[in-house]
Ligand binder design. Structure first.
Ligand code: N01
Length: 548
């Protein structure tokens, strides 16, 4: 069934509505269709890709090794696709997702340029009524969000923004056409992953680049390189073992963490291990030891190693000092880069510390901080996202008694889920990589596959057993949320302000809404829930609303 809007005004009945055509929405659609369920996917963008559709900024690339940064559910698909390098750029990842959409003929069930605006659960019919900004009205038994954890751009509310006469961009909403920096004075605000990836590329092209840094970040070299035919061949031959390794690993990648504590080693041994990890690049420093994120003393030693590297690379001592982070290593999302710190050795690059002298205003000509004005032809906001709950709250989702999700979750302050997938009072709503799932603490496609497969198994169970409604029990989500908080508090994550804790958004309630126990543990917990007959959920059969 090809989707058109020709029946606008009519209510369309389907089994499932999915929001988003990124990694999660595409796979969810594929599985629902395979199971014979009628499905509509709504996607705001004009094409598939999700994150990779919107984040087109210069230098954007993935930071999971590409041979793991893909679906593994289909051996055929895995073997058909060949990545060019260890950490490929955005256009190649977008091409991959288009390849997947074409291979499985997914587009006919996706309606592009359409934003879901509201969804409410009808307690009479046990169905979700869903509306879009294009006038669609849909009734669905299952409502599944694949909106991404970091897809709502954070554009800081700085005085004078409307007065600026130059070009203004956010990395997460980059234009489809090439932005020309040649001969221009460019300012980049923000030094998270997006800033650190784009700064070296912009610096090479712009006449001058000013980086406005609020918090310095640790970053280690990606050591990206092209893949050889031989390597690709081997990884394809190892498809089964690689998939198993990913599925049973902490972060959904095909590597294991070091076996030692940071403190097991002498300073000389540690230096040797960390030097080797630095040379290897990617996630090697973060995974060199088994306790980096729980061992305060050990973390500080590794942090100091990375700081020593920054001092070595950056020639100007004053600039190097400004670039030295002081939070626990890895507690803001770890970053890998290509020539980030080296970029500050260029004559056309200036680093401005906006923690010391905050930005006061965007003027018609540029940015004014407490220390002075910087004239800019282009401003790039690399200021991140309203993570975890931001995109869910943009939709008016209402469950039982017409309670809005945003209200139930106290605008983020009281977010509670069961398994990061469901929440009480919102029956048959599934949130792919939702808050309190492990999602963003690893390789997203691996997290997504596990979620989609769990949701699909659950839906098939409901269908096969004529169950109308599955709903998380209040006590299950209380317990899960508490478990997530306790786990997070036993690590160093909660000791640092970051987008993980909501601290990057003005006025947002702070709280760590991610399960930190690892993908492998999480998978076991989800599987056990199923083995125990969907333990923690209320299941209601038939129209008579009989609870089983
Ligand atoms: O965003 P961020 P991001 N004035 O929130 C600063 C994924 N990702 O887009 O730290 C001045 O990390 C802010 O400063 P501070 C990945 O999961 C992956 O870079 O809040 N500065 C910070 O420096 C990542 O973690 C890849 O003090 C302001 C920066 O802006 C997540 O997306 C690539 C400011 C924001 O950093 C988000 O990364 C890109 C203000 N008013 C992204 N407001 C891969 O490699 C914010 N900042 C796969």
């Amino acid at each position: 069934m090809r989707i058109t809007n020709e029946h606008q005004g009519e209510i369309v009945h389907v089994d499932a509505v999915v929001i988003g055509a990124g990694f999660s929405g595409l796979y969810m659609l594929y599985r629902l269709r395979e199971a014979g369920l009628s499905t509509r996917v709504y996607e705001t963008g004009e094409g598939v890709g999700g994150t990779w559709y919107w984040n087109r900024y210069p230098g954007a690339r993935c930071d999971s090794e590409s041979i793991c940064y893909n679906y593994t559910f289909s051996e055929e698909l895995y073997k058909e696709w060949s990545w060019s390098s260890r950490f490929p750029e955005q256009p190649e990842i977008l091409k991959y997702l288009n390849f997947v959409a074409d291979k499985f003929d997914l587009r006919p069930d996706i309606q592009f340029r359409t934003r879901v605006t509201s969804a409410s659960f009808d307690e009479e019919t046990n169905r979700w009524n869903i509306q879009t900004d294009q006038g669609d009205q849909v009734s669905a038994k299952y409502f599944i969000t694949g909106v991404g954890c970091i897809s709502t751009a954070n554009i800081p509310n700085i005085k004078g923004m409307d007065n600026y006469e130059g070009e203004l961009y956010h990395t997460g909403h980059w234009p489809h056409e090439k932005v020309d920096f040649k001969g221009k004075r460019v300012g980049v605000v923000g030094t998270g992953s997006s800033g650190i990836q784009s700064i070296p590329v912009i610096a090479k092209e712009a006449k001058h680049l000013t980086v406005f840094q609020r918090t310095p970040q640790y970053s280690v070299p990606a050591k990206n390189h092209p893949y050889t035919e031989e390597f690709l061949q081997k990884s394809k031959e190892n498809y089964h073992s690689m998939r198993e390794l990913m599925r049973n690993s902490v972060g959904g990648m095909a590597f294991k963490y070091g076996e030692n504590s940071v403190l097991d080693h002498t300073p000389e041994q540690r230096r040797e291990v960390l030097e080797a990890a630095w040379e290897k690049g990617g996630w090697a420093v973060l995974s060199a030891y088994n306790d980096l994120l729980i061992n305060e003393e050990g973390n500080l030693l590794v942090a100091e190693f990375v700081r020593s590297k920054i001092r070595e690379i950056v020639k100007d001592t004053e600039t190097a000092e400004k670039l030295l982070p002081d939070h626990y290593y890895g507690t803001k999302r770890a970053i890998i880069d290509t020539d980030y710190f080296e970029t500050y050795n260029r004559e056309n690059v200036l680093l401005v510390d906006v923690k010391k002298a905050p930005i006061e205003e965007i003027t018609s000509n540029g940015i004014r901080t407490e220390e002075g004005e910087y004239e800019l032809d282009v401003i790039v906001f690399a200021t991140g996202f309203d993570g975890m709950t931001g995109s869910l709250f943009k939709i008016d989702i209402r469950g039982r008694d017409n309670v809005a999700l945003k209200e139930k979750w106290g605008n983020g302050a009281k977010t509670k889920t069961y398994l990061g997938l469901t929440t009480a009072g919102f029956p048959n709503l599934f949130m792919l990589t939702g808050p309190e799932s492990p999602s963003v603490l690893g390789n997203m496609p691996a997290a997504i596959e596990q979620h989609v497969e769990w949701v699909m198994d659950c839906i098939e169970y409901l269908q096969n057993n004529e169950i109308e409604v599955l709903e998380a029990k209040v006590e299950s989500e209380e317990k899960w949320s508490q478990h997530c908080r306790e786990l997070a508090d036993s690590t160093l994550y909660t000791k640092t302000e970051s987008w993980y804790t909501g601290a990057n958004i003005e006025g947002k309630a702070k709280g760590f809404q991610i399960y930190v126990g690892g993908y492998n543990e999480y998978r076991k917990i989800c599987d056990d829930v199923v083995l125990n007959g969907y333990d923690g959920f209320t299941l209601v059969t038939g129209k008579a609303n009989k609870v089983i």
